[in-house]
Design a protein around this ligand. Structure first.
Ligand code: ARG
Length: 588
């Protein structure tokens, strides 16, 4: 029996082969659409017969029967096949097949191999553009989602076989620098700068901004500082560089806590000398035109962008967000040879992305380049419990470092309730993992397209679809092995397992073999919540199994098969959580 990693994909291929073997009319056009089935109907179900038969005025049940009869012996050995309703084909895996799958896919390396095998991502280079905050400001709660979702997406793509390049596209070249430099020259507090540089730059920006609003002379001076910076003045560049370094230092502390490491941090400034080529080529291609002194791109075929310009050079001649983003695509395709770019940016930048993508498609087509696949991995806003964007009482954005500190205190309280007997340093270490994990997971467990409500009590809780619930399930399985003095995934011990038998064993095994499907859905849609939901359901299935069937029984073959189920649940929970960017614990 050949037990492929992704059984749904395998059954899909088997049905396509059956269609050819049974000489089904137009067999190449038949898409079996095998999906995970509702448990009442078995494990998998082919939905594609109906549509195929209807379009050709055939009887769907007859087509389904013909297909089922043409399935090869290895499929029959693997599952029970039934025709249901108007023409669905249902597949129920036999206990031996479930067992065989669990034995075949027994380690992290095996899962990774299975995920990358036959994956369309294998051999592709993806740039994931995420986090990408603006310098000179602390990261606040609004920066959480891009970092967290981007990291999970990057890990999923890499697990699916892609070569992933993580690029932090910092906003380090805006008009704000004129104001900061202006204030730096007049109001710098050297002691404050030494204490917390980013804090001081933020204060200087506010001072510069207020002065520029109040006094036209100050505004003018700030603009001159900006012009000096942009024309390469050494003093201003040195201040600008200090601001960048201070910002990165502060960002890095957040990235360390979130477990994020970038391959590149190429800010907008990096593309400053690469925009001329963009202007030149887009103008030569007839895509860009001058309008009121600015260089703009219209998309006549588009309902909005026929009249709403994509400004790629400002009327004062300066580059902007669009010019650097266009130059960035060119650089990523040339330098990184990227096949695809995922932009993990807030949904409010939807128009920017759409205009950017349309412009790139046309520009690359006209210049004979192969356009990369461009994906806006967009996400909604983080809301407070009242449904308004999350802010402090005084209306400021909540700083990410303060938010993570609060998470840690709350997680420490939770760990204290649960494991008061552990020594304090250990409880602190556990709280560090649970707190960050809870914040990450609460963000990932939602469909990223929706806004999400930041609610401490729901997020840091052992109940429901939360990080603590899943981390606790992981720790509990570790403790089962500890108590028995056994190691998870001991192949020799597992070889002695008897056949899966009880309803709870079979239900857990049925859930385990569907991991590849959840993984694939999450990866191809770039939506980690599909994986979260699966892991949550898996942990629930494990609890039901653990409540129903005793693991530490005297009958060794029964004990071995139950430990096999424990070990695979552990493997898949840990692999899944780590793909989401979480750390896991052995004890909690
Ligand atoms: N710095 C931008 C912001 O804070 C996000 C940049 C996203 N990446 C990009 N290539 N546009 O809004």
């Amino acid at each position: 029996m050949e037990l492929s990693f992704n059984l749904a994909a395998r059954l899909d291929a088997d049905l396509q082969a059956a269609a050819r073997n049974a000489d089904l009319a137009d067999a190449a056009a038949f898409a079996p659409e095998v999906r995970v089935a509702d448990a009442r109907h078995g494990d998998f179900q082919a939905n594609g017969v109906l549509g195929y038969a209807k379009a050709r005025k055939l009887n769907p049940r007859a087509v389904a029967e013909k297909l089922a009869a043409a399935l090869g012996p290895s499929v029959r050995e693997m599952c029970d096949i039934a025709i249901a309703g108007p023409g669905f084909i249902n597949f129920t895996l036999r206990p031996a097949a479930l067992h065989g799958w669990l034995q075949r896919w027994a380690s992290r390396a095996a899962l990774a191999m299975g995920a990358a095998e036959n994956s369309p991502l294998s051999g592709q280079t993806w740039v994931v553009d995420y986090s990408s905050p603006n310098t000179a400001k602390q990261m606040h709660v609004g920066h959480l989602r891009s970092a967290v979702i981007g990291e999970a997406v990057a890990r999923l793509l890499a697990f699916g076989g892609a070569h992933v390049i993580r690029d932090n596209h910092l906003g380090d070249w805006g008009t704000q620098f004129g104001k900061i430099i202006w204030a730096y020259r007049r109001h710098l507090d050297a002691a404050a700068l030494a204490r917390d540089p980013l804090e001081e730059f933020e204060r200087l920006y506010k001072a510069g901004h207020a002065a520029a609003e109040a006094y036209p002379a100050a505004l003018k001076e700030a603009q001159q500082e900006l012009v000096k910076l942009q024309s390469g003045d050494a003093d201003n560049l040195a201040i600008w560089k200090k601001i960048g370094d201070a910002s990165l230092g502060a960002f890095q502390q957040i990235y360390d806590r979130l477990g994020i490491r970038f391959d590149h941090t190429l800010g907008e400034s990096f593309y400053n000398d690469k925009v001329e080529q963009v202007y030149r080529e887009l103008t030569a291609a007839g895509l860009a035109t001058e309008s009121q002194g600015a260089l703009v791109v219209f998309h006549p075929e588009h309902p909005r962008f026929a009249t709403q310009p994509f400004i790629i050079r400002k009327s004062d001649g300066a580059a902007n967000y669009a010019s650097t983003d266009l130059a960035t695509v060119l650089y990523r395709c040339g330098h990184f040879q990227s096949d695809a770019i995922a932009y993990v940016i807030d949904s409010r930048q939807g128009d920017h992305c759409e205009q950017l993508f349309l412009t790139v498609q046309k520009w690359f087509a006209q210049t004979g380049r192969r356009a990369p696949r461009l994906e806006h991995v967009s996400f909604g806003t983080v809301l407070g419990e009242g449904g308004k964007p999350l802010k402090t009482k005084s209306g400021e954005n909540i700083r990410l470092k303060e938010l993570l500190a609060e998470a840690e205190e709350r997680a420490f309280a939770l760990v204290g309730d649960k494991s008061a007997d552990l020594p304090e340093p250990e409880r602190r270490a556990i709280a560090a993992v649970v707190s960050v994990g809870s914040v990450q997971y609460a963000d990932l467990a939602q469909n990223r397209s929706s806004d999400y409500v930041f609610a401490w009590d729901k997020m840091i809780s052992l109940d429901g679809n939360t990080a603590a619930y899943l981390l606790y399930a992981v720790a509990r399985i570790h403790s089962i092995f500890r108590k028995l003095g056994a190691a998870p995934g001991d192949a020799a011990a597992e070889a002695g397992a008897s056949a899966l038998e009880t309803p709870a064993e079979l239900a857990l095994a049925r859930k385990l073999v569907k991991f590849p499907d959840a993984l694939q859905t999450a990866t191809t849609s770039l939506r980690p919540h599909f994986l979260c939901l699966y892991l949550y359901e898996l942990a629930g299935e494990f609890s039901a199994f653990y409540a129903a069937d005793k693991v530490a029984v005297d009958d060794l073959p029964i004990r071995a098969r139950r430990l096999l189920l424990c070990a695979r649940t552990l493997l898949i929970l840990e692999t899944g959580l780590q793909l989401l960017g979480l750390r896991t614990l052995q004890r909690m």
